[in-house]
Design a protein. Structure first.
Lengths: 499, 344
């Protein structure tokens, strides 16, 4: 083997008493795409942050070109030629898209002035290369998560880095966007860049990478050529056990109509959406990112007002734009973005769990610690939330456990209708299966479940019925028996007639 | 309003973005319009309001507030606040008098430099404490507000420095005009243009906006946040120090109470001027306009026959109106971005 471009050897990192990384090794070679897989909490993000210069390792060495590399901050990592695309986009909402890409290294003209025209031009070139049409002048505020991710990718590419680290860059992207990203990643790789790719989607891992490193519980498990591995083998190494059925959908006979949506319209976002979800049924809402799925679920829950149409729960009409009334009527929404919308990150696990029913838990308007503790403990145990203490801030939990807290929070209200938006986005295989089992169990208990999901296997594995949206309109309603990848994708890309 | 976006380059970009940019321009334009409206109304009631003398007085009256507002805007853009500027102004003003008492022949430019440097040092105390102790600026500068004022009281010990103790040329600067424009206002204009230029055209200036927009993302982008925020406070302090010297030149009589309570007036000017209190957006031009508007209101209300006791209420209403306008605008921009979608 030639000398690796970037190598980590015996790297360890602890936060307080928690060891995030223990004796980890990793070698990245020029012109090679290297996959890093592992469950959430396996230490991948910590490893990324060490490469990015955000954290300094407690022990071990990082070498670049065989020379020791000391990073005292993100600026150092960038200077060393390491570009990082983080899992969560980190954009400046008030600044333009072009400024976001070039912040700190804006092109300059005379007198060291920022050259806005050149910056706009170069941003436009980057977007052209990625095959997306984004206006470099618009503010980053209001961009969809997919578009934010594309800006992050443009930023990383513009660095002409020797090492490109991508921490789940595809989580919010649609199929076509993923293809374009991969085309760019491949051309960078072939031009001699070392690519480190982190993903929970195995088809992507095998499509892009030559080498696969598996991590578990902060430790290195294995590094092998991708050709010698199978998905099952990788999953087994990640979880250290066999994952029983990923999609344990129990067959249930649908009952009474629970949630009826009629002619729901929000101008410019979605148009004339009509469907029904019955008790005991899991209905998936599929479609490409930006098709308006999340927006429909937000309007049903009353977060956004709708311009026309109505929402009925058990036959009675819900007031427009009134979330409190929706919750009272028995509706619950697990939002897409758990950090921004699902949780109050600074509050404790138990406070978060009890938020929607704090009034029901209170006595004379006051909350008592004992009551809170008991209520939260019940749900934490039922969902197997792994937290140090229930009084720890929820921000200290791993992504999968945070998602469980969001679920616990809404399940505690005993909803009749549960809307889940990307319920397993960015969480690990083991937790994913648990979430799926939970949803299936809820449906069996008579809850009507509406699941927005971008993951086809999840949609096909879990749903009794698949509704497909394309550009704000419902284009298909496919029963489980007839739903397959082709029928859903055709409808999602607008190529199938409305069913 | 359409004049804002007639540049040919902009016709190629998306409608949503153009509207968003127009809204940014409108922030400053809105204040300018309010100012014009106020002046016109008052002049109709009393034509003498627009006399050369009165205009000069208005400019002169706005000068110190505007300089302070420019410094404050730099800090607020980084999602911080500097409450100590009133005390820095007081200390610098009293120092000006004390230095002239000790060295009567000191050249005026040197005095300006001394005052500015004193302010910069005090600003560095603020910035240093915020960076080192990682305590919110609100708390740190609230502390130094009292500390600096305390030092001022101890130094002054009830003394008062009178105009007679200061050189005539220095006091003359407080009322002198060049082509009818007060010299002090020229100082403010120079400060405004210089700071505005850096914020708009220099990387460090753009980084201040980035820090205010998202501190965590700024750190991940390798922006030296601590250093930038430190210099923002040094700038704010230095401008308050400069304002102190100008205060001494304008008023002549100095005791330890100079600039007492100014800080909230300045924050009001900045907010009215369209600088978002949570950082990341706004401009120093808006902040300076806000200062002029507040000063003009205080001058106009008596002319309009409104009870002076209502003045504070009027300023308060203006702040609420500015924030309301801000919210309405951002809601409109959000809607337009939504309807036109992200892709052009």
């Amino acid at each position: 083997m030639p000398t690796p471009l970037l190598a980590l050897d015996g790297v360890s990192k602890s936060f307080g008493a928690v060891a995030a990384l223990r004796d980890v090794r990793l070698e990245l070679h020029a012109g090679e795409a290297h996959a890093l897989v592992g469950e959430n909490g396996a230490g991948k993000s910590t490893l990324v942050k060490i490469l990015a210069g955000v954290h300094a390792p407690d022990a071990g060495t990082v070498t670049l070109d065989g020379r020791p590399l000391l990073l005292s901050g993100p600026a150092d990592a960038r200077a060393a030629g390491i570009a990082v695309i983080y899992q969560e986009p980190t954009l400046f909402a008030d600044l333009s898209v072009a400024e976001n890409i070039f912040m700190g290294r804006q092109p300059l003209r005379s007198l060291r002035r920022v050259d806005y025209a050149a910056m706009r031009e170069r941003a436009a070139e980057l977007f052209a290369r990625l095959g997306v049409r984004l206006d470099p002048d618009r503010p980053a505020r209001g961009l969809s998560i997919a578009d934010q991710q594309l800006v992050e990718i443009a930023k990383a590419i513009s660095l002409d880095a020797r090492v490109l680290v991508m921490d789940e860059p595809t989580a919010a992207l649609s199929g076509i966007e993923v293809e374009r990203l991969f085309a760019v990643a491949r051309s960078l790789r072939d031009a001699g860049t070392a690519v480190l790719f982190i993903s929970h989607r195995f088809d992507e891992v095998f499509a892009l990478c030559q080498t696969v490193t598996v991590m578990r519980d902060g430790r290195w498990v294995s590094t092998d050529p991708a050709g010698t591995l199978t998905v099952d083998e990788v999953v087994r190494r990640m979880v250290g056990r066999e994952v029983s059925a990923m999609y344990p959908k129990q067959d249930t006979a649908p009952g009474e109509p629970r949630l009826q949506v009629r002619g729901l319209t929000r101008h410019g976002v979605f148009d004339d959406v009509t469907f029904t979800v019955h008790a005991g049924e899991i209905v998936a809402l599929a479609g490409l990112v930006g098709a308006g799925r999340s927006e429909v679920s937000r309007a049903i829950f009353g977060v956004d007002r709708h311009d026309a149409g109505e929402v009925l729960l058990d036959g009675s009409r819900l007031p427009n734009g009134d979330t409190a009334a929706a919750i009272r009527a028995g509706l619950a929404l697990v939002p897409e973005d758990r950090r921004q919308q699902g949780l109050v990150m600074e509050l404790s696990v138990e406070r978060n769990t009890n938020l929607p029913r704090r009034w029901r838990l209170s006595r004379g308007g006051l909350l008592f610690g004992g009551d809170e503790r008991r209520a939260a403990t019940t749900w934490a145990q039922r969902l197997q939330v792994k937290a140090g203490r229930l009084t720890d801030p929820v921000s200290t939990l791993s992504g999968g456990n945070q998602q469980k807290v969001v679920l616990a929070k809404w399940l505690a209200t005993a909803p009749k209708v549960l809307i889940v938006d990307e319920p397993t986005r960015g969480i690990d295989v083991g937790t994913k299966a648990e979430v799926h089992r939970l949803l299936s169990q809820l449906a069996a208990d008579g809850v009507a479940v509406l699941m927005v999901s971008s993951e086809l296997p999840e949609v096909l594995g879990m749903a009794d019925r698949v509704l497909v949206m394309h550009e704000g309109r419902l284009t298909a309603d496919i029963p489980r028996a007839r739903a397959d990848e082709q029928s859903v994708m055709l409808a999602a890309t607008g190529q199938a007639a409305a069913a | 309003m359409t004049a804002v976006d007639t540049a040919p380059a902009e016709t190629a970009t998306g409608g949503g973005a153009r509207l968003a940019r127009r809204a940014f321009a409108v922030r400053e334009l809105g204040i300018a319009l309010a100012l014009v409206l106020l002046v016109v109304t008052t002049t109709v009631v009393n034509p003498r309001f627009l006399s050369a003398q009165n205009l000069k007085d208005l400019l002169l009256g706005s000068t110190i507030l505007a300089i302070l507002a420019v410094g404050q805007a730099v800090v607020v853009i980084t999602r911080n606040v500097d409450l100590s500027i009133g005390s820095i102004l007081g200390l610098s003003a009293f120092a000006t008098g004390a230095v002239f008492v000790a060295v009567p022949g000191l050249p005026i430019p040197l005095m300006l430099v001394i005052g500015t440097a004193l302010g910069a040092v005090l600003g560095a105390v603020n910035g240093g404490l915020i960076a080192a102790a990682r305590v919110p600026a609100l708390v740190v500068t609230l502390g130094t507000l009292y500390m600096f004022r305390g030092v001022d009281y101890m130094w002054a010990t009830g003394r008062q420095i009178n105009a007679a103790d200061m050189p005539a040329a220095f006091l003359g600067m407080g009322t002198a005009t060049v082509l009818g424009v007060p010299v002090l206002a020229l100082f403010a204009a120079a400060v405004l243009v210089a700071v505005g230029y850096v914020l708009r055209n220099h990387r460090s200036g753009r980084e201040l906006y980035a820090i205010g927009s998202d501190p965590a993302a700024a750190r991940l982008s390798g922006i030296p946040s601590g250093r930038r925020v430190f210099y923002a406070f040094v700038t704010s302090g230095a401008l308050a120090g400069l304002a102190g010297v100008l205060h001494a030149a304008r008023f002549g009589t100095l005791d330890a109470n100079a600039g007492l309570g100014t800080e909230l007036n300045v924050v009001a000017a900045v907010v009215v001027g369209g600088v978002a209190i949570f950082g990341g957006s706004g401009s120093v031009y808006g902040a300076a306009l806000g200062a002029v508007l507040l000063t003009t209101i205080r001058a106009a209300l008596p002319v309009l026959g409104i009870n002076p006791f209502w003045q504070d209420a009027a300023v308060g209403a203006l702040i609420l109106a500015a924030i309301g306008l801000d919210r309405a605008l951002s809601a409109r921009v959000a809607r337009s971005l939504r309807e036109r979608k992200a892709h052009v």
